[in-house]
Ligand binder design. Structure first.
Ligand code: NDP
Length: 296
């Protein structure tokens, strides 16, 4: 029987597990605070930001939100980040990507105080993670680690294939899988758009993590029997629905489910974990900045 990995349930456990820590911090006068910065009118970005604010409200994290006109000069965003860096009520800063073309994305990522970089994208935090002593693990790969842990998926000595090499998913995921730390020690192959025979790699894998942004790229016949399949992809495809589209993953669910030992659905798999780990990172940031010890 294929096990369906329930991201909503594991994310709820993560959120519940934060309750004591948030209470301790709040009682000590250090209620955790997360700032979101939106410089876009893209409906998807607006939705992501409002979901993050709602998540914060649900667990008792204070949200601070700044909206910047997408046509405003880039300096307005840089100055906003500087202000948030200096604001003691803000423990975590998240600049919603993508930002407009006239903004230097790398400058934005570098300008967030690394101690408040709850996305884990600042070069200092990337370096720390690669070196094996992470401060903040990027939310999506961190959430996938938690999912694998919750479902007792053994990474030690496993053959893992990560499809995708982006800075936000593929590369950090690969890095976590190859670390010696618990939940690592996997023999890991990274595939991308220039990989010659993707199926040959995925078929030999115990764990396949698909983060390509390519609808239903990984099909059942590309998987080995009993593989654990984690589908990161969220792709809009035209469909005969009220909205005119539907969301599908990077894995063809129906065929993959027949072969996999365990599989994440889309939606309800990785997505809720990404959101939960942002809260987790914010609480960690609040603890480190305030010096109030909490169990995480
Ligand atoms: P990017 O577009 O930044 O990266 C995609 C990667 O996949 C690239 O490395 C690309 O290769 C590779 N790739 C693309 N097509 C193929 C193919 N046919 N075969 C093999 N490799 C391929 O995407 P992201 O990493 O940002 O996101 C990936 C997906 O995950 C998207 O659908 C995104 O919406 C989703 N996502 C979901 C999250 C969640 O919480 N559920 C969070 C973040 C992302 P190359 O480098 O050669 O171009």
């Amino acid at each position: 029987m294929t096990e369906i990995i329930d991201g909503n349930a594991v994310a709820a456990d993560v959120r519940d597990g934060l309750a004591d820590a948030i209470e301790t911090l709040t009682d000590a006068g250090h209620k955790p605070g997360l700032a979101t910065v939106l410089m876009s009118e893209d409906p998807a970005s607006e939705t992501y930001v409002s979901m993050k604010q709602r998540d914060c409200a649900e667990v008792g994290i204070e949200s601070h939100h700044v909206e910047i006109d997408p046509d405003a000069p880039a300096e307005e965003l840089y100055d906003t980040v500087d202000d948030l860096n200096a604001d003691d009520a803000v423990n975590g800063i998240l600049v919603q990507m993508p930002v407009p073309d006239h903004v230097d994305t790398r400058r934005v990522l570098r300008s967030v105080d690394p101690r408040k970089d709850v996305d884990g994208f600042h070069p200092e935090n990337v370096g720390r993670m690669v070196a094996g002593h992470p401060r903040f693990k990027p939310c999506t790969p961190h959430g996938i680690q938690k999912l694998l842990e919750a479902y007792d998926v053994e990474t030690e000595g496993a053959e893992a294939v990560v499809v995708g090499r982006s800075n936000i998913v593929g590369k950090p995921m690969t890095n976590l899988l190859i670390q010696k730390a618990p939940l690592g020690n996997a023999t890991t192959t990274v595939c991308h758009s220039r990989t010659k025979d993707l199926a040959a790699h995925t078929r030999a894998a115990d764990i396949v993590i698909a983060a390509a942004g390519a609808p239903e790229l990984v099909t059942g016949d590309m998987l080995g029997d009993g593989a654990t399949v984690v589908d990161v992809g969220v792709n809009r495809v035209d469909a005969d629905t009220e909205k005119g589209y539907e969301l599908v993953g990077d894995v063809e669910y129906e065929s993959a489910e027949e072969v996999a030992g365990a599989i994440t659905p889309v939606p309800g798999g990785v997505g809720p974990m990404t959101r939960a780990m942002l809260l987790w990172n914010t609480v960690k940031a609040a603890s480190e900045q305030s010096g109030v010890d909490v169990d995480l």
